[in-house]
Design a protein around this ligand. Structure first.
Ligand code: AMP
Ligand code: ZN
Length: 460
C-alpha cells in the first residue's frame, strides 16, 4: 500500500515517492532557541515525529535533519537584554529543548546543525546569488530580488502583481501582503551588540531564511524529499527558502512540503507573543504525564487545528491509561487455550491502521481502530476466550503500533498503578528540586524492590 501525503506545494494529496528507492530525506525547521518552546511548538515536532516513525514503520530508511536557529532577531534581542553572550543565552534554551523532546519521546534527528556554525555555507549561497545578479547589496545588507525568481510565491500562492518592486523588508518575519525583497545578510547594526561575523561579504549576520537553505542542502543535498514545519512557516520562511535554494542551484529544492496546523487556545494560535501558552514544564509541574501530552498533540489529524484545554489533556490521560491497562490485561492472560479467530482479527486491525495512516496520516481513524480492537479483545478476555499465545501476538501488534505512536510505556506497563504513581510523584519532586522528598520516595520504592538510578546530569 502506498502512503499519500498532502503536499502544500501542489495543494493535493500525492502518493509519496522517494527520490532514492527505500530512503527518505527529511528536514524540519527546528526551534529558535530564544526561550522555552511551548507545547504549540511541540505539536509541530510531534507531527513530524509521527511522519518519520510511520515512514520507518513502512520500511524506509530515514535521514532526518533538524536545525537549531541560534541566531536571528529574537535570539540577539534576548541575549542583549540579559547582557550575556548569544552562545550563553541560546545554549540554555537548546539544552531545555533537548530535554523536552526526550520527555515527549520525539526521536532525535540524525543531525542538529546550529545556524551559527554554518555561516560559511550561507555565505557561499549568497555569493552565488550575487554573482548571478539575483541578490544585490543595499545600505543595510544583501537582499534577494524576488522579481528575479519567476516562481516566487508558488508555495504560499502569493501573487507578485501589484507589488512594487525594489521594496525591501529587513526583519525576519512579516506578512504576505508585505512580500518584498528579503534580507539574506544584515549589515552590522548597533542593536546587534557584539553579534557580528567579519566576512568577505561584509560585517554582519545572516538573515533567518538563508540559514535553513544552507543547512538543509549541506546535509541532505540540493534536492531532497520532505521539508516539514508549522503552517506559519509557509510564508515567508519556506517561500524564501525555495527562492534562495532554487535560484542558486537551478534545481528543484524539495518534493513534498509537510505543514502541521496550529495548536490553539480559545481560537487563537498558541504563541509567545499572545502570552496564551503553556510550556511542557508548566504542564508537567501540574502533574500531567508526558505520554498524555504527546497523545493529545498527535491524536488529531496534523492538518486540523487543535484547541488546547486542560480537559483535553485529562481526556488524553484517560486514553493512554486505557491502552496501558489493556497491555496489563493481556499480560495477565494465562490460559493455554487458543482462539482461532485471533490471527484474522490481528490482520484486519493492522490493515485498518495502515489504510488510515497511508491516507495522509489519518491518525484519529487509526486510533479509533485500535480502541475498537482493544474493546473486542477485552470482551474475549472477560469471556475467557483468549489464550496466552494469542495475547502475546496481540502484544506484538501493539508494540508495532507503538513504534509509530510512542504513547504506551512498555516498561512502565509492568508496574502496578500504585508504583507508577510513586514514580510520577518522585519525578515531580525532582523537577521541583525537592530532592528530600524525591530521595524519600526512592527509598520507599527500593523497599518494594524498585531501584531507580539518576544520572549525575539529572541532578544538576
Ligand atoms: P519557532 O521556534 O518559533 O521557529 O517554531 C518552531 C516550530 O513550531 C515551527 O515549525 C512553527 O511553525 C511551530 N509552531 C509555532 N507555534 C505553533 C502552534 N501554536 N501550533 C503548532 N505549531 C506551532
Ligand atoms: Zn527553517
Amino acid at each position: 500500500m502506498s502512503l499519500k501525503l498532502y503536499n502544500t506545494l501542489t495543494r493535493k494529496k500525492e502518493i509519496f515517492k522517494p527520490i532514492e528507492k527505500g530512503k527518505v530525506k527529511i528536514y524540519s525547521c527546528g526551534p529558535t532557541v530564544w526561550n522555552y518552546a511551548h507545547i504549540g511548538n511541540f505539536r509541530a515536532y510531534v507531527c513530524s515525529d509521527v511522519l518519520k516513525r510511520y515512514l520507518k514503520y513502512k520500511g524506509f530508511k530515514v535521514k532526518h535533519v533538524m536545525n537549531i536557529t541560534d541566531v536571528d532577531d529574537k535570539t540577539i534581542k534576548g541575549a542583549n537584554k540579559e547582557g550575556i553572550s548569544l552562545k550563553g543565552y541560546t545554549r540554555r534554551y537548546e539544552k531545555a529543548f533537548f530535554e523536552d523532546i526526550e520527555t515527549l519521546d520525539i526521536e532525535k534527528a540524525d543531525i542538529f546543525p546550529r545556524a551559527t556554525e554554518h555561516t560559511k555555507e550561507m555565505i557561499a549561497i549568497i555569493k552565488n546569488l550575487l554573482n548571478n545578479k539575483i541578490a544585490y547589496k543595499s545600505e543595510d545588507g544583501i537582499y534577494f530580488d524576488i522579481s528575479k525568481f519567476k516562481d516566487y510565491g508558488k508555495l504560499s500562492h502569493t501573487k507578485l502583481e501589484g507589488l512594487e518592486t525594489g521594496k525591501r523588508v529587513k526583519q525576519d518575519q512579516y506578512e504576505k501582503e508585505q512580500a518584498r525583497d528579503f534580507a539574506l545578510w544584515k549589515n552590522y547594526d548597533k542593536e546587534d551588540g557584539n553579534v557580528v561575523w567579519k566576512t568577505e561579504i561584509g560585517n554582519g549576520r545572516p538573515g533567518w531564511h538563508i540559514e535553513c537553505s544552507a543547512m538543509s542542502m549541506k546535509y541532505l543535498g540540493k534536492h531532497f524529499d520532505i521539508h516539514a514545519g508549522g503552517v506559519d512557516l509557509v510564508f515567508p520562511h519556506h517561500e524564501n527558502e525555495i527562492a534562495q535554494s532554487e535560484a542558486s542551484t537551478n534545481k528543484k529544492f524539495v518534493n513534498y512540503w509537510f505543514h502541521n496546523e496550529h495548536l490553539l487556545v480559545d481560537g487563537h494560535k498558541m504563541s509567545k507573543s499572545l502570552g496564551n501558552f503553556y510550556t511542557l514544564r508548566d504542564l508537567l509541574a501540574k502533574g500531567y504525564h508526558p505520554k498524555a501530552i504527546r497523545y493529545l498533540l498527535l491524536s488529531a489529524h496534523y492538518r486540523v487545528q487543535l484547541n488546547f484545554t486542560e480537559e483535553a489533556v485529562k481526556a488524553a490521560e484517560n486514553a493512554v491509561q486505557r491502552l496501558n491497562d489493556f497491555m496489563i490485561k493481556l499480560r495477565e492472560v494465562k490460559s493455554k487455550s487458543k482462539n482461532k479467530e485471533i490471527d484474522k482479527l490481528i490482520q484486519k486491525t493492522k490493515k485498518q491502521f495502515e489504510i488510515a495512516m497511508d491516507d495522509d496520516l489519518n491518525i484519529s481513524i487509526a486510533l479509533s481502530h485500535i480502541f475498537d480492537f482493544a474493546k473486542e479483545i477485552n470482551t474475549l478476555i472477560m469471556e475467557n476466550k483468549l489464550g496466552k499465545k494469542d495475547a502475546e501476538k496481540i502484544i506484538e501488534l501493539m508494540r508495532d503500533f507503538n513504534k509509530v505512536l510512542a504513547v504506551i510505556d512498555f516498561e512502565e506497563e509492568k508496574l502496578s498503578p500504585e508504583i507508577r504513581k510513586l514514580i510520577d510523584e518522585r519525578e515531580k519532586a525532582r523537577k521541583e528540586k525537592d530532592f528530600e522528598k524525591a530521595d524519600k520516595i526512592r527509598e520507599d520504592l527500593k523497599k518494594k524492590g524498585i531501584i531507580l538510578e539518576d544520572t549525575k546530569e539529572e541532578r544538576l
